[in-house]
Design a protein around this ligand. Structure first.
Ligand code: PCA
Length: 223
């Protein structure tokens, strides 16, 4: 009989990674393929947990909240596809608006509605985005800080995540943010290979865990 693998210790801290299902008529979503490849991996003493979110306003946040309750992660990075971008985009800010140019996967297309009624206008990422950009660039990857996550389901999830982290007592010490990834080569150009997406996300997690306070870079450095 094959001995059962010892269960991971219950107290082992976790990192939650989320990706989305395909949307807008595409056959795949690189955000999910990349985080799925990291499921169960260990980084910096933490276990990575991958969860898929539907590309649907509302439902995506219900799945995310359930995952936060279940895993109580130390760190959360939500990941989405941004077709047309060439770099791994470390998002700086989530804004309190849903404004969809195309329908979501449940055919909803909200226009100019808040993610959270009476919530603050915006939340900043609590990930060390400058340190992460530096770490990824040193690994030879194309990485940038992005000033907008758009107004579709990715921004919706990013805002909803930061609102949960800001308002739930049990998540007071959890840091979180959002990374947009380019298309895969088979989807169009510009693109990034799946191996590089996976390497980049693993490097982003490693850097975030090792960097409690973001670095300050001289204006324009490495841009
Ligand atoms: N990208 C979309 C939603 C799902 C995804 O992967 C966005 O940028 O809003």
């Amino acid at each position: 009989m094959v001995p059962a693998r010892p269960a991971a210790p219950l107290h082992q801290p976790r990192v939650l990674l989320t990706g989305f299902d395909p949307f807008g008529g595409e056959a795949l979503n690189p955000s999910w393929l990349a985080v799925q490849a990291l499921q169960g991996r260990q980084v910096g003493g933490h276990r990575l947990v991958a969860v898929q979110l539907p590309t649907v306003f509302g439902a995506s946040l219900r799945v995310l909240r359930a995952a936060l309750r279940q895993h109580r992660p130390a760190l959360v990075i939500c990941v989405g596809q941004a077709g047309g971008r060439a770099a791994l985009s470390l998002e700086r800010v989530a804004i309190n608006v849903d404004d969809a140019r195309i329908p979501d996967n449940a055919a909803a297309q909200p226009v100019d509605t808040p993610v959270v009624a009476n919530g603050p206008a915006a939340y900043f990422s609590t990930l060390p985005i400058k340190a992460m950009r530096l770490a990824l660039q040193r690994d030879g990857l194309n990485a940038e800080v992005s000033q907008t996550a758009g107004t579709f389901v990715c921004n919706h999830v990013f805002y909803g995540l930061m609102h949960e982290l800001a308002t739930r007592r049990g998540l007071r010490h959890t840091r979180g943010g959002f990374i947009h990834v380019p298309w895969l080569p088979e989807q169009g150009s510009p693109s990034m290979a799946l191996d590089d997406l996976v390497r980049g996300l693993r490097g982003a997690v490693r850097c975030a865990l090792a960097t409690p306070i973001d670095v300050v870079q001289a204006a324009g450095a490495l841009d």
